[in-house]
Design a protein around this ligand. Structure first.
Ligand code: PMP
Length: 344
């Protein structure tokens, strides 16, 4: 690279240091001030770039990875995309074992990003040798110099956010933050960020967001996994049907649950009011802010940071399709359609 040219060596330089943006419209009537941390500004368009780079670099330091080694994970979501991106840049193979429920668009996207994708039957139990968990474990055993990322059970997941997201928010708010509101899936984002922020100021309130159909909120309150809490839901990346070891429940002050419909509508509302083309869980976290506000959580001195995990472009055939919204029964008059005018 010519040293006179102001270029980044590659996309890895652009991971993290995402912007914090004041929400001047959608929360204008709420007490206090509200700021969104836009994780879609990462080069792979989600917060998962942070853990992909951090976990792979940790494995390099331990000497596990060499050029041509293999990264393995079980996801068709944002983590898969970020791992594929980092693997290409660093010269590793990337294998993703995904469920047959994954959309063709997602599988095509991962293949385009150079990953080898194993599509595993969705209807089998987790311990069946054909399940995506077992396929990933087998490939890890059979592939020399491979790393199984295992984001739900890997402590490096939250460490990545302790090392980056937490310090960024502390610096960007000049230490004024009073509340962090974040989604919990693996729990890496909320746990790592919370740990850093509470070390700076233990009074900061950490407010989690969970989905109806997931066990996290109940587990936080009772310490028990209640299977009656589990049923299918639409929001991807939020909540879970098991207890992820990557989550530190002691650092989370409270959880609130949000519905598929309210979260989808709120994501559309963020687009219309702030011009931020937000992902589905950004709608979920903003819906949670609304519910926390209605419960009297905030006051005029509150300085609330909400994490928007990814970009709206990944949801074109879901929450940003009027047809999909209607198919889900979220069919109360949707705005938008009438804004398309056909010129003959
Ligand atoms: N939103 C989206 C879109 C995600 O993919 C994830 C990750 N599963 C989350 C939120 C939650 O982040 P975390 O796994 O760090 O709890």
């Amino acid at each position: 690279m010519d040293p006179k040219i102001q270029a980044h060596a590659n996309l890895l330089d652009l991971i993290g240091n995402t912007p914090l943006v004041h929400l001047g419209n959608i929360a204008a009537d709420y007490p206090g001030e509200y700021y969104a941390k836009l994780e879609s500004f990462n080069p792979g368009h989600s917060a998962k770039d942070r853990i992909a780079a951090y976990i792979i670099e940790a494995a390099e330091k331990k000497g596990i990875l060499k050029p041509g080694s293999t990264i393995i994970e079980t996801t068709s979501g944002n983590t898969g995309f970020s791992l594929a991106m980092v693997s290409i840049i660093k010269g590793y193979n990337c294998i993703l074992a995904v469920s047959s429920k994954s959309s063709k668009d997602k599988i095509d996207m991962l293949r385009t990003m150079g990953a080898r994708v194993y599509v595993c039957p969705a209807h089998v139990s987790a311990d069946d040798p054909r399940s995506y968990y077992e396929v990933a474990k087998r490939l890890h055993r059979e592939t020399p110099d491979s790393v199984y990322i295992n984001q739900y059970f890997n402590a490096l997941n939250s460490e990545a956010h302790y090392a980056t997201t937490g310090p960024e928010i502390w610096k960007q708010t000049g230490g004024q933050i009073t509340h962090l509101v974040a989604c919990s899936g693996t729990g890496g984002t909320i746990s790592g960020t919370a740990r850093f922020l509470k070390e700076q100021n233990p009074d900061i309130q950490v407010l989690g967001v969970d989905a109806y159909g997931s066990v996290l909120k109940k587990y936080h309150e009772t310490g028990e996994l209640d299977r009656d809490e589990i049923y299918p839901y639409r929001i991807e990346g939020l909540g879970k049907n098991l207890i992820p070891e990557a989550t530190d429940f002691n650092l989370i002050d409270k959880f609130i649950k949000v519905t598929d419909e309210a979260s989808a509508r709120m994501a559309r509302e963020i687009c219309k009011t702030e011009g931020i083309f937000a992902g589905y869980t950004s709608g979920a976290v903003m819906q949670a802010v609304k519910q926390y506000k209605e419960a009297g959580t905030f006051n005029p001195d509150s300085r609330v940071v909400v994490i928007f995990p990814d970009h709206g472009s990944r949801y074109m055939s879901k929450i940003y399709s009027d047809q999909w919204m209607q198919d889900q029964g979220f069919d109360e008059a949707l705005e938008g359609e009438e804004k398309v005018e056909q010129v003959e």
